[in-house]
Design a protein around this ligand. Sequence first.
Ligand SMILES: [Zn+2]
Length: 152
Amino acid sequence: MIVVFWGTHVFTRLVGFSGDRSICSNCELGYKKRVIKESHWVHFEYIPLFPIKSKYHIVCPVCGNRRTVEIIDMVYDFVPLKYDPHPDIEIYAKHILAKKPDGWFETDYSYELCARDLRTDNVICVGTNCTKKNVKNFKKNLGYKKIEIIEV
Ligand SMILES: [Zn+2]
């Protein structure tokens, strides 16, 4: 028997920022919105073959509140990454080992997502009682390449 894996896979990546700092309608914090390109690819045996569709999300870097547009021209104040590679916020996660569950099959909810303001060094709590999967999803949805996990 031959098992064949094929389907679609979604890739996200940061392509730039949306203008200057503006207040988010959800968290009411003012940071540069990330512009994320989401590409859907057909894969065969986990090898991406060709893209089938893409769209863009304008995402708040703190809470992940997003607005979706089909083409990049609809982001009127778009600044490509090559002209402004500097985010004003950095996301990291804390893994609180003391709260780690004892049992093998219990889910570990001891992750905390934090955002550090790179201008003022203030730390904003983004989410508590998160799982490692929550951290991974946040990373993917906001187009981060990596979210550092600090064991505390
Ligand atoms: Zn927000």
